[in-house]
Ligand binder design. Sequence first.
Ligand code: GDP
Ligand code: MG
Length: 177
Amino acid sequence: QRGFDQKIDYVFKVVLIGDSAVGKSQLLSRFTRNEFNIDSKATIGVEFQTKTLFIDHKSVKAQIWDTAGQERYRAVTSAYYRGAVGAMLVYDITKRQSFDHVAKWLEELRGHADKNIVIMLVGNKSDLASLRAVPIEDAKEFAQRESLFFMETSALEATNVESAFLTVVTEIYRVIS
Ligand code: GDP
Ligand code: MG
């Protein structure tokens, strides 16, 4: 690492979207701080968090935006999507409804964001396998049909979280460079 005078070659805005309580905020804190907060209310009020990655000897700052709970009222504004070049569209593998809403989120995302946006469909809470309500095949099929990347993650157990964000950031880099 190059310390305080670190030069940043790229900044990519990535947005987290999906129903309330699917684990968006926990995925973000797991990725940026390697933390899982039992009391998740603790992180409210922060618009985005950043993490700098190195790809191809270039420093890439991922600026990852989280909602402050406004998704509960379907009130995510266009400012939230503005300038986003990546998105993590999250559902909960134990909540069928959160997967059924993915198509709506995708429509809203595509209506607001850059047309070349890189999208990862994320099935979170893979640690709760015994409560699974969304077969992995359903999600894979949807992702394939819509040309999305797809991964199941667990913010709790830190499974695939790094990998999901890295895939998105690397793909954005590949698209723009
Ligand atoms: P958000 O509303 O989408 O931001 O969801 P939160 O990140 O606030 O998480 C909602 C609830 O799900 C909280 O009680 C979290 O502790 C829990 N949660 C989040 N991620 C996971 C996970 O990977 N596994 C399990 N078992 N619970 C999770
Ligand atoms: Mg949240």
